[in-house]
Write a new protein. Structure first.
Length: 337
C-alpha cells in the first residue's frame, strides 16, 4: 500500500437531467467532486493509502464533503476547516450534437482563500511516495499559485514523486497566464499530463509538421518537453473522438524512455457521465507508475479505468483494480458471473 497525497478543491456539483437546459430545470441532482479529489478516490479504490489536502467551510456542506471522502477511505486528516463557502458548479449534460456546459460558482470559496502558511508540508509529506496536483489549483488565486509551487518544491526536497496534470480551464484564466505559471512548476514535476493543444497554445512550443500522423506529432511534442524539462520521466494524454455527446472513442497515450505506448481504441457508447473521465485516466497512470507496471499494461489499464468512469453518475470512479483489469482483458458487454 503506497501513501499518496493530492491537493485541490472539492466542490458541490448540481446536474440537470439529460435533455434539459439549466434555465428550464426545476430539480437538480447533487454530487461532490473535483479533479484532485477524484484522483484521490480512484487511487483509494485501487488499494492505496490516500490523503486529500484542501479547505472547506465549517458547516453542513463541509461535513458532507468529509463524509463523502471517508466513504471511499480517503483520509481527511489535512482537510482544513474555515472560510465562508464551498465552491460549486452546475452541469448541463449534452445530448446528441449539443455539448455539455459547465457554470462555475466558486469565487471566494474556502479553498480559494487557502494560504501557504496554513499547511505544514513536513507533516503532510511524511512517508509519502507520490504527490499529485493539477493546473486548476494555481488558477484559482494568487495565493494558490504560490502554494502549488511551494508544495511541488517541498515534495522534491523530500524525494517524493510528483505529478502535474495541466487540466487547463479557459473559464478560470487565459492561456498566457496558465503558460507563465506552468513554466515555473514544471522543473519540479516527474509525471505530467498534457496534449498537443496544450503544447502549442499553453507552452508555446513550435508546431509539428502538420503532415505527420497524430502519433508522430505527439512524439515530437513529448520529446521537446523532455528536452526542455529533463526531470519529467512520464507523460500521458488521450485521443478522444466525439461522435456525439453520448458516443465517443478513447485511446490512451503514455510516453516514457523516449517511447510512445498506446492503448487500443475503446468505443464508449452510451455515456452516462463524462465528468471525471480524465481524472480516472490520471489515477490509472499513477497507479501503474508507482506499482512499476509494464508500460503497455499500464496504458491499457488507465484507459480502461477512464472508459468505465463514463458508465457511472458523479465525478469519481468507483471501480477496483480487479474490475478495471477484468474489463480491459474481457471487453465490454459480457455478463460477469
Amino acid at each position: 500500500m503506497k501513501k499518496i497525497v493530492t491537493l485541490g478543491e472539492i466542490m458541490l456539483r448540481f446536474s440537470v437531467e439529460a435533455g434539459e437546459r439549466l434555465v428550464q430545470a426545476d430539480k437538480l441532482s447533487m454530487h461532490y467532486g473535483g479533479a484532485e479529489a477524484n484522483v484521490a478516490i480512484s487511487l483509494s479504490n485501487f488499494g492505496h493509502d490516500v490523503y486529500f489536502v484542501s479547505k472547506v467551510p465549517e458547516n453542513p456542506l463541509g461535513k458532507a464533503v468529509e463524509r463523502h471522502l471517508k466513504s471511499y477511505d480517503v483520509h481527511t486528516n489535512y482537510l482544513i476547516k474555515g472560510g465562508e463557502r464551498l465552491g460549486s458548479y452546475y452541469l448541463e449534460t449534452g445530448v446528441g450534437q449539443r455539448n455539455s456546459q459547465v457554470t462555475y460558482d466558486r469565487k471566494y470559496s474556502s479553498f480559494s482563500m487557502l494560504r501557504p502558511d496554513e499547511i505544514d508540508f513536513d507533516e503532510v509529506f511524511s512517508g509519502v511516495e507520490l504527490f499529485h496536483v493539477t493546473g486548476i489549483t494555481p488558477a484559482l488565486s494568487p495565493s494558490l499559485k504560490e502554494l502549488t509551487l511551494l508544495a511541488l518544491k517541498k515534495a522534491k526536497e523530500k524525494g517524493i514523486l510528483t505529478s502535474f496534470d495541466f487540466n487547463y480551464r479557459a473559464k478560470l484564466w487565459s492561456q498566457q497566464e496558465a503558460g507563465d505559471t506552468f513554466k515555473t512548476l514544471l522543473p519540479f514535476v516527474d509525471i505530467c499530463s498534457f496534449g498537443e493543444l496544450d503544447a502549442v497554445y499553453i507552452l508555446g512550443l513550435d508546431q509539428a509538421d502538420p503532415s505527420l500522423s497524430k502519433e508522430d506529432r505527439l512524439r515530437y511534442y513529448y520529446s521537446k518537453m523532455v528536452e526542455l524539462y529533463p526531470n519529467i520521466q512520464y507523460i500521458s494524454s488521450t485521443f478522444r473522438t466525439i461522435i456525439s455527446a453520448s458516443t465517443n472513442t478513447l485511446q490512451g497515450n503514455y510516453f516514457t524512455g523516449g517511447e510512445l505506448y498506446q492503448s487500443e481504441i475503446f468505443q464508449i457508447d452510451h455515456i452516462v457521465d463524462r465528468v471525471g473521465g480524465g481524472d480516472a485516466f490520471a489515477a490509472g497512470i499513477l497507479h501503474g507508475i508507482i506499482e512499476n507496471k509494464p508500460s503497455q499494461e499500464l496504458i491499457t489499464f488507465a484507459t480502461a479505468a477512464s472508459v468505465l468512469k463514463h458508465t457511472v453518475h458523479g465525478d469519481c470512479n468507483v471501480f477496483s483494480v480487479d474490475e478495471v483489469a477484468a474489463f480491459a482483458n474481457n471487453g465490454p458487454g459480457k455478463i460477469v458471473r
